[in-house]
Ligand binder design. Structure first.
Ligand SMILES: [Zn+2]
Length: 477
């Protein structure tokens, strides 16, 4: 691909390591940046970027790209703030869908009520349907679907474990997965996200997933396979590795706890708005240690979903106890006390956080954890204490548009420059794959993934043009 060198000349280029813009010319050849400086190579094809700004492509170090594409589907309920209108929409949509139906995105804080099984019966009758909450961790199931799968729930509330088992039994078709991936990638690129760390092994199997991911040639995707048991890792061992500059599967992702919204995040002490409950720890420390061992033995990355401080305690305790430690990436870390931050730094643990959650969830979080809010969203502390931290969206939970997270980070005290650095180079460093770490910066040896802006990106514009590997992928010609 483009082995002819191309000179991009005259732009103001942002460097996430110096946290500033400078005039920089750069030459792109065979996917990479091969030279930077004040350059004038007669004979090179040259793109004149005088008057333009360039940022490195954004690296979203935790999202679910298929979910991003799926969000544009009729089955997305996020826009509803009225339960009647939501059920009207569902009823109307059922005609164009086939049973069993799965809708996603309701939020009781917007609706003012949790959609119950009784409401499903009242509005939709005896249908096989599952309504997943916005966080993706809890759901409501109709009686008919519960009967079909021999499930036992309390008034239709499906727990996290039941939900992921159930979704495996209602898989997406290959065609819909292809559409979701295409739409998800288009959306990411539109906002300048050129590399993602994605977790998508939900409602599909690993062969289907790898098939569609391998065909994708625009984004760089680091896929983290969401697995349930250490034995699964052995079964799938041959599938991990570097596939192409557009796909790597370096390891697995496990869910150690749930969400604050669903009160399933595992806390040190009880929920402020549900006395007696501390949430759910999905794996024992023994099991977690087995995951550490199997990943270390096979050279795999272990990404761990950790929201509550109780879950973080379990991780730290297990890491200290384990004999072998793989490359670990912790996702979320919404409650971190000063002692957690000290330990995370000492262990040089990779962390990806979602500043956008601050914008969307802080009122909900306040009611769940009360005074402990002083330990929540401590992303700026992590940065100032020089932890290995990067930013991400957790899309489709939040938008994949990095501007949302950058705005939120600025509300949390970050400078625009710092936020962009953590959303580019900082996030790229959270990969265990060396070539995937060569992203997020315009410098020699890095992937030529960059964004051209025709107005100052500090004013929160979106890129006019997006390049991956030196090729324009958005808007594309
Ligand atoms: Zn997630």
């Amino acid at each position: 691909m483009n082995s002819e060198p191309i000179l991009f000349k005259g732009a103001k280029v942002f460097d996430p390591l110096c946290l500033r813009f400078r005039n920089l010319d750069f030459v792109v050849q065979s996917q990479k940046i091969v030279e930077t400086g004040t350059l004038s190579h007669a004979g090179y094809s040259t793109v004149n970027l005088k008057g333009y700004w360039v940022l490195p492509g954004f690296v979203d170090s935790h999202c679910h790209i298929l979910g991003v594409g799926q969000k544009e589907d009729v089955c997305n309920l996020e826009k509803f703030d009225d339960i009647h209108k939501m059920f009207e929409h569902i009823k109307h949509s059922l005609r164009s869908l086939s049973s069993p139906y799965v809708f996603r995105g309701w939020d009781e804080t917007k609706l003012g009520i949790v959609p119950s099984r009784d409401l499903i019966r009242k509005f939709l009758g005896d249908v096989e349907i599952l309504l997943i909450r916005r966080c993706g961790h809890v759901a409501v199931i109709s009686e008919a679907l519960e009967r079909k799968h021999g499930l036992h729930t309390k008034n239709g509330m499906v727990s996290e474990d039941q939900l992921s088992d159930l979704l495996q039994k209602i898989p997406h078709s290959l065609e819909s997965l292809e559409i979701y991936l295409k739409k998800g990638c288009e959306r990411a690129l539109k906002y300048g996200v050129t590399t993602i760390h994605s977790d998508d092994l939900h409602r599909t199997n690993v062969v289907k997933l790898i098939t569609i991911l391998r065909a994708q040639r625009k984004l760089r995707i680091q896929e983290e396979l969401a697995l349930k048991t250490p034995e699964d890792v052995y079964k799938l061992r041959k599938l991990f590795g570097f596939y192409s500059p557009h796909l790597t599967i370096p390891g697995i992702k496990i869910y150690l706890d749930g969400s604050l919204g669903g009160r399933t995040a595992y806390l040190e002490e009880e929920y402020s708005d549900k006395p007696g409950s501390r949430g759910v720890l999905n794996h024992t420390c023994e099991n977690l240690e087995r995951f550490l061992n199997v990943c270390a033995a096979n050279g795999l990355t272990l990404s761990i979903h950790v929201i509550g401080d109780g879950a973080l305690n379990a991780v730290l305790k297990t890491i200290y106890r384990a004999h072998r430690i793989p490359f670990i990436k912790l996702i979320h870390l919404q409650i971190t006390k000063p002692e957690h931050i000290i330990k995370l730094k000492k262990l040089r643990i990779n962390i990806t956080v979602q500043p956008g959650f601050w914008k969307s969830d802080r009122e909900m979080a306040r009611s769940r954890i009360g005074d402990r809010m002083k330990y929540a969203y401590k992303f700026r502390d992590m940065y100032l204490k020089m932890l290995k931290v990067g930013f991400s969206s957790d899309a489709p939970v939040e938008t994949i548009d990095p501007r949302y997270g950058i705005e939120a980070a600025m509300e949390l005290g970050f400078e625009w420059e710092e936020a962009v650095a953590l959303y580019t180079w900082g996030s790229a460093q959270l990969s265990s794959i060396p070539v995937f770490r060569n992203a997020g910066r315009i410098a020699k040896g890095y992937y030529a993934d960059f964004l051209i802006y025709d107005s100052d990106p500090r004013k929160m514009s979106i890129p006019a043009s997006v390049f991956v590997g030196g090729r324009e992928v958005y808007p594309g010609r």
